[in-house]
Design a protein around this ligand. Structure first.
Ligand SMILES: Cc1ncc(COP(=O)(O)O)c(C=O)c1O
Length: 509
């Protein structure tokens, strides 16, 4: 056996030697290309693309988004996989002309669409470094400094929440993964033998508010709990109705049904509303229930002196989803899951991988892979750490305040405009409103007009907004993510919407 394997290894070495000799010419060209592409000049090609993109989007002169459809764009890329490489400058040109030219311009001052940031510049530049060093934060030995930085930043965030020394967390791809990880941890507490035996015939119940993000129902489905075991609590003014929550929990108790978790939202997707975490936290604590707070959007208010109070009671949570790629304005992806007890996250996952994890008994386990859904994982914490180093927590908090103030200005502008009604006062940077024209049209007609209005406005390139349904009616929605959006831009968005020809009697107010 030994002889056989050593004969095979001699043959293998011979094969490789032959390969290296015969393909030396082709390989050397390729290796030279790798060397060339590592130079500052090559890097500058891509840095220039990013700088050029930022410059063209910042001045607000071009369209916010493309007018081309996905089908139109697909034709541009309809080609076979390239067999041979091309010069880097040619690839960069194609990236500029075919990709960047028709992407959304998030730094455009009238981009007010989804909860995606025009990213903080220092964090953008860190992306190149993160990719260059390519450290995987699954295990400390693969990412010596990245792992330590992740622990450092998570600890800062836990301190802001008010969690004690046994808290922990990891970075995630976003709020959806953070919520799944958190509910996995809650599931282990509710069903300690779940890993080997599954959820059984009487899975526990998950209680959440009516405006909860779909990440929750998706996680419940993924966890095998079954979405029919979700109990939805109605809202009052877009926040979870506390009395309805108490009575739902009372009813579940009387029915003898176990509750795996209660889920509150801090910064709901539709309206940016914050649930009353003090009241919900007190109810959960009194009943010994796991409280998960989906603060993917709103947790960054912890950095703001003005808005921090909206999160009062957050420390009652057993787990929290917090997306720095939303209101900390870090580029995608940068999500975070925090848990009051780090061991809850460790219990959520089980792995035996002697090729990877070597945690010594009793010693601190630095490997974040033991607490994460992912194995290989980018050191995204670096861009978050860079953003904090460059702009400071206070600076990012001040930007949070600015975005909320701009949304409030938009609210006031819309209130003063005869053609619109607002659905709520903004609690952060999200605002829903509806075009109502001169008041003569039916709700159904207005639903169609509001839908067409958004599409026509976005297609015009003048600005970019989103829409949603509130109370069964189609409404317009903005998320002010851009600190460069001014009062004049807000007025331009409102006037632009009011003046589009999709509605009858446009612009005769
Ligand atoms: C409240 C809330 N939770 C969760 C998510 C999902 O986050 P992600 O897209 O980062 O997975 C969002 C995204 O908009 C959100 O608004």
């Amino acid at each position: 056996m030994h002889e056989l394997s050593s004969r095979r290894s001699v043959a293998t070495v011979g094969t490789y030697f032959h390969y290296l000799c015969t393909s030396m010419h082709d390989d050397s060209a390729l290796l030279a290309a790798l060397e060339d592409d590592m130079t500052a000049e090559s890097a500058a090609l891509f840095a220039d693309l990013a700088v050029g993109y930022l410059a063209s989007t910042r001045d607000g002169t071009g369209p916010v988004s493309t007018s081309l459809t996905s089908a139109d764009l697909a034709k541009r890329f309809d080609e076979p996989m390239p067999r041979a490489g091309r010069p880097l400058a040619e690839v960069a040109r194609r990236l500029r002309d075919d990709v960047i030219a028709d992407c959304n311009r998030l730094y455009h001052p009238r981009a007010a669409g989804h909860q995606v940031s025009p990213p903080l510049p220092a964090a953008i530049w860190s992306e190149m470094v993160i990719a260059a060093i390519n450290q995987s934060v699954a295990v400390a030995e693969m990412s010596p400094t990245g792992t330590v930085l992740e622990h450092r930043v998570i600890r800062w965030m836990c301190d802001l929440v008010g969690f004690g020394s046994s808290a922990g967390g990891t970075l995630t791809s976003g709020g959806t993964e953070a919520t799944l990880a958190a509910l996995l941890a809650a599931r282990f507490v509710a069903i300690p033998d779940v890993w080997s035996n599954g959820v059984g015939n009487a899975p526990p119940v998950v209680v959440c508010g009516e405006h909860t993000h779909y990440a929750v129902s998706r996680a419940v489905g993924e966890l095998g709990i079954g979405t029919r075991n979700i109990v939805v609590v109605p809202s009052r003014r877009f926040r979870m109705d506390i009395e309805a929550l108490a009575s739902a929990l009372g009813a579940l108790e009387r029915e003898g049904r176990r509750v795996m978790a209660v889920i509150a939202t801090a910064g709901s997707t539709a309206t940016g509303s914050f649930d009353d975490l003090e009241a919900i936290g007190a109810i959960c604590e009194a009943r010994g229930l796991w409280l998960h707070v989906d603060a993917a959007h709103g947790a960054s208010a912890l950095l703001s002196d003005t808005h921090r109070g909206r999160l009062r009671g957050l420390e009652h949570a057993r787990s929290i989803a917090w997306d720095p790629h939303k209101m900390m304005l870090v580029p995608l992806s940068a999500g975070v899951v925090l848990v009051r007890e780090e061991c809850d996250l460790e219990n959520a996952f089980t792995q035996r991988a002697p090729y990877l994890f070597h945690g010594g008994a009793g010693a601190r386990v630095w490997d974040q892979g033991t607490r994460s859904l992912q194995c290989s994982r980018r050191a995204d914490v670096i861009k978050l750490w860079v953003a904090l180093q460059r702009y400071g927590a206070d600076g990012i908090g001040a930007l949070y305040d600015r975005l909320c103030a701009t949304a409030m200005f938009m609210h006031d502008t819309l209130v003063a405009h005869p053609s619109f009604v607002v659905l709520h006062e903004p609690e952060c940077n999200i605002l829903c409103f509806r075009y109502v024209g001169d008041g003569s049209l039916s709700d159904v007609e207005l639903d169609a007009i509001n839908r067409d209005l958004r599409e026509a406005y976005n297609r015009s390139g003048a600005g970019w907004i989103t829409s949603t349904e509130i109370g069964g009616r189609r409404v317009l929605r903005v998320t002010i993510m851009n600190p460069r959006t001014t009062a004049a831009d807000v007025r331009a968005i409102v006037d632009g919407l009011a003046c589009l020809p999709v509605q009858p009697n446009s612009c005769n107010h």
